[in-house]
Design a protein around this ligand. Sequence first.
Ligand SMILES: Nc1ncnc2c1ncn2[C@@H]1O[C@H](COP(=O)(O)OP(=O)(O)O)[C@@H](O)[C@H]1O
Ligand SMILES: [Mg+2]
Length: 278
Amino acid sequence: MSSSSPLLAVEGLTRRFQGLVAVDGVDVAVREGTVHGLIGPNGAGKTTCFNMISGVLPPSEGRVSLDGHPLDGLPPYRRTARGLARTFQNIRIFSEMTVLENVMTGMHARLTAGLGILWRSPAFRAEERAAKARARDLLGFVGLLAAADHRAGDLPYGDQRRLEIARALACEPRLVLLDEPAAGMNPAETHALLGLLRRLRDERGLTLLLVEHDMPLVMSLCDRLTVLNFGKRIADGTPAEVRRDPAVIAAYLGAQQAEAQTGAVPAEASGHPAEAAR
Ligand SMILES: Nc1ncnc2c1ncn2[C@@H]1O[C@H](COP(=O)(O)OP(=O)(O)O)[C@@H](O)[C@H]1O
Ligand SMILES: [Mg+2]
């Protein structure tokens, strides 16, 4: 692909739920090697976009392509094989498994020893050793190596979120969709997350599409932002451009400032309890 075409191209993406248009003709172009933020107030349609991009929800209209190849109609696992990984707004880890085993569940699609698994052939064992080494490398990268053999459900909340990221990386993706990775994190955890996401881009060359409510994190990390409100794209540009866009200030930042000023709803917690059911 030419350097000017985006890694992920979303065009005219639309999703209707009965009478509600949750996502309405949204375009997003994510350039390779960038962190692209998808932001907007609660209910704007961000998670619904992620569900359509990752293939868990069919769009009513619109197209999604990765590196110029259409993904339309492909199930999630085939999109993963094409290099697309995601984490979820509500943590999904296997609590009873160890931290290391959780990372390894992210790479099973890549194990190739086939029937050797039945009699634990040398090829299978070599592959398993390599998989373990890679899983440990990923745990080191996210700062969880010391917890490799702990039960995943016993990890503190922020560590569970980083474990999800390590598992998403296990399938060797080109693009990772992260849905509110900082939700529920304390300031120290959020700061560590910011450093981790930066290193994914700068050291591993990964492309990230990020939904996140933490504005300082979004503004300092993202190369570009797309802003949704009531399902529609209302702005697209650099953080500096978006920050001074009157439509954005009115729809989103303004609302958050108003909340912070009145103290009626803590910015961190706004909307999350209602979303917890999804
Ligand atoms: N499965 C669904 N059925 C009906 N309405 C839904 C469903 N999923 C999301 N919605 C609605 O679509 C809108 C966008 O939701 P969502 O994508 O979760 O927003 P965000 O992630 O930006 O907070 C909301 O009004 C939500 O209630
Ligand atoms: Mg959401």
